[in-house]
Design a protein around this ligand. Sequence first.
Ligand code: NI
Length: 170
Amino acid sequence: MALREIRIQGDPVLEKKCRPVKEITPRIRELIDDMFETMYEANGVGLAGPQVGVLKRICVVDIGDEHPYVLINPEIIETDGEQTGDEGCLSLPGKAALVTRPNHVKIRAFDENLEEYTAEGEGLLARAFCHEIDHLDGHMYTEIAEGPIHDIEYAEPEDEDAETEEDETE
Ligand code: NI
């Protein structure tokens, strides 16, 4: 396994439509392993082929519930409800913006053995499925953001650490 370079918004590869996967080759298995490793290393919950420069309809998703998903040639087949919340992307690090997505999504996809399956997600998982599948058609969340693209605010404990360091310096 190896880390892959994550492409940043502005790279034309992020604006292209991806091709379907027809067979699982050793290279594709390696790509999937690398995509998981790259996503975990970057503390992301999803990563799509174009984000590592590969124009194939492959995404990986893991929202931290111990159920990693490999999505090959995925399609959204049902949606329900609505959620509006901050969304970010590893291709636009340190940034987020409000995006409305369905609150419940059902997908059909193929796994790493090219076996078809369906999966359902709510909340963050539904958001991740929609976000990653959008990447396969060259779309970023910034196209549908409802507010300004803003810097991600860090959680309280990190602020406290920063203050402690300042105190020690003084
Ligand atoms: Ni993304």
